[in-house]
Ligand binder design. Structure first.
Ligand code: FEH
Ligand code: ZN
Ligand code: ZN
Length: 346
């Protein structure tokens, strides 16, 4: 079968012919219908030798939807032909976190040579993907694959980040979303669907603000010299109760910190590598709280799928045949993907 595999650090992935896996034990073989392309794939592709604990070669793709094709003899809770989305974080499978479906915070994460499907283990940028256990699958019913696949990372990561702030997002509050791309546009929809908070969107691209508007943002603005003032005014003068930064550069972190009201909360989701000085005394508002949420839990993925099935969230996607992955990767690098890029095996 064809697969897009990373075979050398710092080199582009290659379209390769590999044996179609056969499931053993509790494993499940899934025929891939769609796999999302994520900025983390770029970080993996660009990683120098030794930067990541992964062993080469492996197939990329950690945002996967498809239909079960074959089961190992010990696979349970799943049948051949089920349409599913993969819960992408694969932990040790034995610690309390993994047992609770919180592989994203596996206690043994630092001992593993992988983070999940397509992240050190063979993923879904291929015709089929082998999943260690049915516990990593969530049923999607008749949800289209290009809608379901992005839910497993872009949707789940956004949902988990909002869940961590939900206690602060009651009626009359303001939430700012910085970066309205594959994750940010879903965060806007999730905020609108699950909280009463006013949602303000910030980006550097006009088309992203249009996407924010289509996603239900109450207001959107480009990054300008007076962005903090504009957002503060739009919050009713108090500043933001919460900021979700899907970019994570020093510029966006400082913008976020500058618009938070006292007791405000910042969730940094984007891996922009930015820095923020946290000190007392200092410039951060009193009661400032910071979180670095990562991906999400298995139960949360089922909740995100249910939101999509209810029509409360819709993923804007740009589809590419798997054979056009290099073009999709180039477009993502240049910030020229509207919503989420999704690869479909051709
Ligand atoms: C996955 C693995 C490592 C870093 C970041 C990620 C995210 O794409 C998961 O949402
Ligand atoms: Zn990702
Ligand atoms: Zn674990």
């Amino acid at each position: 079968m064809r697969a897009l595999r990373l075979t050398a650090w710092g080199e582009p992935p290659t379209q390769t012919e590999v044996e179609q896996p056969v499931p053993h034990g509790a494993e499940v073989l899934v025929r891939v219908e769609a796999t999302g392309l994520c900025h983390s794939d770029l970080h993996v592709i660009d990683a120098p030798p030794g930067a990541l604990p992964y062993r080469l070669p492996f197939t990329l793709g950690h945002e996967v939807a498809g239909r079960t094709l074959a089961l190992g003899p010990d696979a349970d809770g799943v049948a051949v032909g089920d349409r599913v989305v993969l819960y992408g974080p694969w932990g040790c499978g034995a610690c309390d976190r993994c047992a609770a479906g919180r592989d994203n915070y596996c206690d043994r994460r630092d001992t593993l040579a992988w983070h999940g499907a397509g992240l050190g283990r063979d993923g879904g940028m291929a015709e089929c993907v082998l999943v260690p256990s049915a516990r990593h699958l969530v049923p999607i019913g008749d949800l289209p694959a290009d809608q379901a696949a992005p839910l497993s990372d872009a949707g789940l990561t956004s949902y988990h980040a909002v869940a961590g702030l939900r206690h602060a997002l009651e009626e009359g509050t303001t939430t700012v979303v910085i970066g309205v791309g594959g994750l940010g546009h879903l965060a806007v929809q999730i905020l609108r669907a699950t909280t009463p908070s006013r949602v303000l969107a910030v980006d550097v691209r006009e088309e992203a603000l249009a996407l924010a508007d289509r996603s239900g943002a109450d207001f959107g603005t480009l990054v300008r010299a007076d962005t903090a003032d504009v957002l503060r005014k739009r919050s009713g003068g108090t500043g933001a109760d919460a900021v979700l930064d899907f970019v994570g550069t020093t510029q966006t972190l400082e913008l976020a910190a500058g618009i938070l009201r006292p007791g405000g909360e910042l969730a940094v989701v984007g891996s922009g590598g930015g820095r923020l000085t946290v000190s007392k005394p200092g410039v951060l508002p009193p009661g400032f709280r910071l979180s670095l949420p990562f991906w999400g839990t298995h139960p949360e993925l089922a909740e995100v799928v249910a939101l999509a099935q209810s029509g409360a969230i819709h993923v804007e996607t740009e589809q590419f045949p798997l054979s056009a992955a290099p073009e999709a990767i180039g477009r993502l690098r240049r910030g020229r993907v509207r919503g989420r890029a999704v690869l479909v095996p051709d």
